[in-house]
Design a binder for this molecule. Structure first.
Ligand SMILES: [Zn+2]
Length: 367
C-alpha cells in the first residue's frame, strides 16, 4: 500500500504502518496534552498503541489461519480505521473461507475475554480518563468486544460478510453468493445510515456509506474475476487502428481522433516497429504545450511493456495497474504490433461476458 512503511516482520509477514496512523497518534497525543496535560497524552498514545496491537493480533489470526490452507499473507497494514491483512488469494473452498474469516474475530473474542476477566467485566469510566490498571483492562475489554461485533456485521469487507458469502456458497455459485451477500450488506448499510441520521451520529453515517460502497465493489470484482476467467488478451484487444510514423505531428493524431474516433496512437519507425504510444490525454497535453505542429513522439509513452496475445486478462490488468496506463500494446512473437489492449475495450468485453454467462446459467437452472 502506498504511504506505508514496514515496522516489523512477524512469522514472515511484513507489518506495515500507514503514514496517516502517525497523524492519528500525533492528534491523540497533542490533543490530550493541550487539554489535560502530558500524563494524559502519554496514556492516550499508549492506549492507541495497545488497541492497534489488538487489531494486529486480529489480523494475524486471519493470516495464520490462511497459512494452514497454504495461502501466504505478504503483509498486514495498520491504518487509523483498522488493519488490512493482504492475503495472496481468497480461499476457494467455502469451509476454508469460513475458518479464515472467523479466525480474526475469534482472536478478538479471546482478547475481550482475557481483558474482561482482568477487569471483572466492568465498564470503563465514562469520562474516558484512565487512572489505574483495572480501568485500562475494562477499556480494552470494551474495545475488543466492539471490534468483534463490528467485524461480524454481515457486510463486505467485514469478516461477517465473508462468513455469510461462504455459507451461501455451500448452496449457490460463488458469484451468486457474493451478489446475495452484497445485497444483504447494502440493505444493512442503509438501515445503519438511517440510525445514524436519526441519532444523529455522523461517524455511523460515514461508516455506513463506506460499507455500502465496499459491498458493491466486492460484488463487481467477483463478477469481473469470474467473467474474465479463461479469457486472454487476444479476446479483448482492438485490432483495427491506424499507425502514425515517428515523424508525425500532434495534428496527425488529432485527425485520427476526430475522424476515426481513435484514442490511442501507436508510433512506428520505418521498419514498422513500435517505438511509442500516444494517448488522448497526452495528445491534449501536447496540443496545449506545443500546438498542432508539436512532435507526437515527444509526448508519447516509450516505456510501456508489450503484452502477448495469449497472456491472461488478469495478468494484463495487473500490468495496466502497475504502469497506471489505460492502454498497452500487444505484439506477437516476432515483435510486430498486432493489437491494443485498452481499459475501455476490456470494460465492454466484461459487460458482454457477464450478460451472456448469466443467461447461460439461467438456462441451466431452468432445465
Ligand atoms: Zn477481520
Amino acid at each position: 500500500m502506498r504511504w506505508s512503511f514496514q515496522i516489523a516482520k512477524i512469522t514472515g509477514i511484513q507489518i506495515r504502518l500507514h503514514l496517516t496512523f502517525l497523524v492519528l497518534l500525533a492528534w491523540v497525543g497533542l490533543g490530550s496534552a493541550l487539554e489535560k496535560g502530558w500524563r494524559s497524552a502519554f496514556t492516550g498514545v499508549a492506549l492507541v498503541l495497545l488497541v492497534f496491537s489488538c487489531v494486529l493480533l486480529h489480523e494475524l489470526g486471519h493470516a495464520w489461519a490462511a497459512r494452514r490452507f497454504g495461502i501466504r499473507t505478504p503483509d498486514i497494514t495498520l491504518l487509523p480505521i483498522g488493519g488490512i491483512a493482504r492475503l495472496e488469494r481468497i480461499p476457494e473452498r467455502p469451509s476454508e473461507e469460513i475458518v479464515v474469516a472467523l479466525a480474526g474475530p475469534l482472536v478478538s473474542a479471546g482478547l475481550a475475554l482475557v481483558f474482561g476477566a482482568a477487569s471483572g467485566f466492568t465498564l470503563p469510566p465514562l469520562d474516558g480518563e484512565i487512572q489505574e490498571w483495572g480501568q485500562l483492562f475494562s477499556k480494552l475489554f470494551t474495545i475488543n468486544s466492539c471490534l468483534l461485533l463490528f467485524n461480524m456485521l454481515p457486510v463486505f469487507p467485514m469478516d461477517g460478510g465473508r462468513v455469510l458469502r461462504a455459507l451461501l456458497a455451500l448452496h449457490f455459485s460463488y458469484r451468486r453468493s457474493t451478489r446475495i451477500a452484497a445485497t444483504i450488506g447494502q440493505g444493512l448499510a442503509i438501515v445503519l445510515s438511517l440510525v445514524g441520521l436519526w441519532l444523529p451520529a455522523p461517524m455511523l453515517l460515514f461508516i455506513s456509506v463506506f460499507l455500502f460502497l465496499s459491498a458493491g465493489s466486492e460484488a463487481s470484482q467477483v463478477d469481473l474475476r469470474e467473467a474474465s476467467a479463461g479469457l486472454r488478451v487476444q479476446d479483448a484487444m482492438v485490432t483495427k487502428f491506424s499507425l502514425l510514423p515517428q515523424t508525425a505531428h500532434l495534428a496527425d493524431a488529432t485527425d485520427l481522433l476526430l475522424h476515426a474516433s481513435q484514442h490511442f496512437f501507436p508510433l512506428t519507425d520505418e521498419g514498422g516497429r513500435l517505438i511509442g504510444l500516444l494517448t488522448r490525454n497526452s495528445l491534449i497535453h501536447g496540443l496545449n504545450e506545443a500546438g498542432p505542429m508539436g512532435s507526437a513522439l515527444s509526448y508519447s509513452n516509450r516505456e510501456l511493456p508489450c503484452l502477448h496475445p495469449s497472456q491472461t486478462l488478469a495478468n494484463a490488468c495487473a500490468l495496466m495497474q502497475q504502469f497506471e496506463t489505460p492502454v498497452l500494446p500487444v505484439t506477437n512473437a516476432g515483435g510486430d504490433l498486432v493489437g491494443l489492449f485498452t481499459a475501455e475495450n476490456l470494460g465492454e468485453l466484461m459487460m458482454m461476458e457477464t450478460q451472456s454467462r448469466e443467461s447461460v446459467l439461467d438456462r441451466k437452472r431452468r432445465f
